[in-house]
Design a protein around this ligand. Structure first.
Ligand code: IVH
Length: 735
């Protein structure tokens, strides 16, 4: 770095220096904001910024367009750098009827009329309901990716786009232009959306409204690993700036994209006439509900690039393309009631009960109203919220099945609102147990959670039964034959109140038989009522042979020694999903140890004095563990459960015996593949003793970068020193 004092810089030196500082500071911003991996200290960063400012003060005429000082305060925490698109990202004109499509084609014919023999061809392909992105490739390498933004300037989301498997980091094949901005749509499949909702619900996390908004949110994550976990998809269908056309036609260009490693829509065709275009429109419309992702129409484009160029653009839209939208599948109905459902983590979820109505061939009777703010239409600060809607009991509403699957309310027909309809009062107490229902403040954002939660925990029947359903669910104890339905039955019959009761069901066989029999009777009665026929051959309850029951009891017994990570997950502690449960299992090895640390952490004033620092475990989880283990009511539940169930200690597989067993090991310097506490726990499980200082008793020193005096002592004493990789190999954990 040139350390020449600012006062002695010449004008041209100053200009050079400002250019260098702009690039350098931008790079540090990127490392800090996008990669979360700064390479210089805050003080060093400030020194660069100060020097930049001092030079600008001396040479005000040299202040650059991209000067760091113009980006006051640097980008906001989750901000992304702006990217000006070399070629603007356009939107599409819309067609709603076949006549609109005929008009589009007719306009083209008239435009090219001078060229009588001209044969215009078109392409037809689905209009994907996601977000468009522009991906810049230079010499076949993905360099930068941006959102559409306002069409002229988007946001740099390169790191996030790199996590999408459908987006090649380098192009395959050959013949790609030196520079090309490939454009297309990022979207989320229904399956992924549902899976995410489920994962989030399991840990009491946030709510997601629809796949499109969720895909948008996933792309704007500050931490790309969050984006990666969302499994977004991408279809390439267009391009912006390029040094050469991919091919002479739209259709062949998109085929080239496919050869270069992109996913392209398999439903794209080339067509010559309006009949062919409309036929493809109906074909795609028929397939719509089986695609597994949202589409909202079919896009027609002129095929020949030469003709596209001649026909050109109107403001913000190409003349040579049109989006033929599907008619929204909508229907009108009335809101009969608003019910509040209480989830496992106590979330109060409002559901509108509708007069049944058919939308696109499916009867819709319920629609989620998401949360308190959504129903009011504004948040607790009185700010209107996007997509919010003031819905009242008695209202007439327009219902739509978004992307054919999830029904939602599009609008309220205000003219039809009954005179006595009042704004919906969201309950401040739990409708199931009567405990106060509160809105928490998110520690990270300082904002109030949009959802109200019942504070009753286990005294709340709704939370209890949801907790039991979770306990036996797939990622948890996964007890065969004990699904949500049986849990509900046993819970309502008073046979299972907490998880421990599941394991003593066998001792109460007559009562279980009775509950099952009563359900069968009830079901038979309902069937009879429905069919109008009388029952024949009614056997008494005692006569019934419940062979299924022995199987059920056997399945329950088979899970008395569950894997520790499943057991931790099954406890249903807030914010502890399957991944976190596995990390905790690995860290603490036994349930007793987790409970011990959990309780001590709950008692400690500063949890960090007790709870070890573990990769992937932050304050949210630590606080959730504190709440859980600090709650005395949970003690009894856990004790009863552990009297029945013995989670297997988590064991690290040891290859060929443990070489380190009985040895005294010291870790020093930075470990790169695991945290210090993980390393310690692992070594101890293998029978080693971990010491904090090096002495003549030390057998082995594992030294990472930055090791200092301990390393020196070890060398002086002639103790064996190895690096982290060698250590991992030695304990059978190497790659
Ligand atoms: S072409 C020059 N093709 O629709 C034309 N757009 O309303 C550029 N979209 O912002 C767009 N599927 O996000 C094109 N097969 C498709 C599309 C598509 C979805 C979106 C895109 C664009 C919006 C325009």
């Amino acid at each position: 770095m040139s350390e020449k004092p600012v006062e002695s810089l010449s004008e041209s030196e100053a200009a050079d220096e400002l250019r260098r500082l702009a690039t350098e500071i931008a790079e540090h911003d990127r490392r800090y904001h996008t990669e979360d991996a700064p390479t210089i200290s805050d003080a060093e960063y400030d020194a660069l910024a100060r020097r930049n400012l001092a030079i600008e003060e001396r040479f005000p005429d040299l202040v650059r367009e991209d000067s760091p000082s113009r980006r006051v305060g640097a980008p906001p925490a989750e901000g992304f750098a702006k990217v000006r698109h070399a070629v603007p990202m356009l939107s599409l004109a819309k067609a709603y009827t076949d006549q609109d499509v005929a008009d589009f084609i007719e306009r083209g014919r008239r435009f090219f009329d001078r060229d009588k023999d001209l044969d215009i061809a078109f392409t037809a392909e689905p209009k994907i309901d996601g977000l468009s992105a522009s991906l810049r490739y230079e010499n076949g390498v993905f360099m930068q990716g941006a959102t559409r933004g306002d069409g002229a300037v988007g946001e740099d989301i390169t790191a996030n786009l790199k996590t999408i498997a459908d987006i090649p980091k380098t192009l395959k094949g050959s013949g790609w232009p030196e520079v090309i901005e490939v454009r297309g749509e990022v979207y989320m499949t229904y399956a992924e959306f549902e899976a995410l909702k489920e994962r989030s619900a399991a840990v009491g996390g946030q709510d997601y409204v629809n796949p499109r908004n969720t895909a948008a949110g996933s792309l704007r994550q500050k931490d790309p690993s969050v984006t990666a976990s969302r499994n977004l998809k991408f279809f390439a269908y267009a391009w912006g700036y390029t040094t050469a056309d991919p091919a002479p036609t739209q259709y062949d260009s998109v085929q080239k994209f496919s050869e270069w490693g992109f996913k392209v829509s398999p439903l794209m065709v080339r067509a010559k006439s309006i009949e062919e275009l409309i036929a493809q429109y109906h074909h795609i419309e028929e397939l719509r509900s089986s695609l597994g992702y949202d589409i909202d129409g079919v896009v027609y484009k002129v095929d020949q690039l030469e003709l596209q160029r001649r026909w050109g653009f109107v403001t913000g839209e190409p003349r040579w393309a049109v989006a033929h939208k599907f008619p929204a599948e909508q229907a009108m109905t009335t809101v009969e009631r608003i019910d509040i459902q209480v989830g496992r983590t106590g979330t109060l979820a409002p559901v509108a009960r509708l007069a049944p109505v058919t939308v696109g061939g499916v009867v819709v009777e319920n629609v989620t109203l998401h949360n308190e703010d959504y129903i009011k239409g504004f948040d607790s600060n009185g700010q209107p919220i996007r997509d919010g809607i003031d819905v009242r009991i008695g209202d007439t509403v327009v219902i739509q099945r978004a992307g054919d699957v999830i029904p939602q309310i599009v609008s309220v027909v205000i003219d039809k609102r009954p005179a006595n309809a009042v704004p919906y009062e969201f309950p401040h107490t739990c409708p199931v147990c009567g405990s106060p229902a509160t809105r928490e403040i998110n520690e990270k954002t300082g904002k109030e959670d949009s959802r109200r939660r019942c504070t009753g925990e286990l005294i709340c029947a709704a939370q209890a039964v949801e907790g039991l359903r979770h306990f036996v669910s797939r990622g948890a104890l996964d007890i065969e034959g004990l699904g949500a339905e049986n849990i509900d039955l046993f819970f309502n019959a008073g046979l299972v109140k907490t998880a421990a009761d599941i394991f003593t069901l066998k001792d109460r066989r007559p009562a279980v038989t009775k509950a099952l029999a009563e359900r069968r009777e009830e079901q038979a009665r309902l069937r009879e009522e429905a069919s109008g026929k009388a029952r024949k051959n009614v056997r008494s309850v005692e006569e019934r042979n419940y062979e299924g029951l022995d199987k059920l009891f056997a399945a329950i017994d088979a899970r008395r020694e569950p894997e520790l990570d499943r057991f931790i997950f099954a406890l249903g502690i807030r914010h502890i999903g399957e991944t976190t449960a596995a990390v905790l299992a690995r860290q603490f090895s036994t349930i007793e140890e987790l409970i011990r640390i959990g309780k001590e952490t709950a008692k400690a004033e500063d949890p960090h004095t007790v709870f070890p620092s573990i990769n992937g475990i932050g304050d949210t989880v630590i606080n959730a563990l504190r709440d859980f283990f600090g709650n005395e009511r949970n003690d009894d539940v856990l004790d009863a459960l552990l009297a029945q169930v013995h989670p297997k200690p988590y064991v690290v597989e040891i290859s060929a015996g443990s070489e380190v067993s009985g040895k005294t090991v010291v870790f020093t310097g930075t470990l790169e593949k695991m945290t210090r506490s993980e390393a310690k726990a692992m070594a101890e499980r293998l029978g080693a003793k971990v010491a904090s200082s090096v002495s003549a008793k030390t057998d082995l020193v594992v030294a990472g970068p930055g090791a200092g005096s301990k390393l020196k002592t070890a060398t002086d004493l002639g103790i064996e020193v190895i690096d982290e990789d060698t250590w991992l190999q030695r304990i059978g954990r190497g790659d």
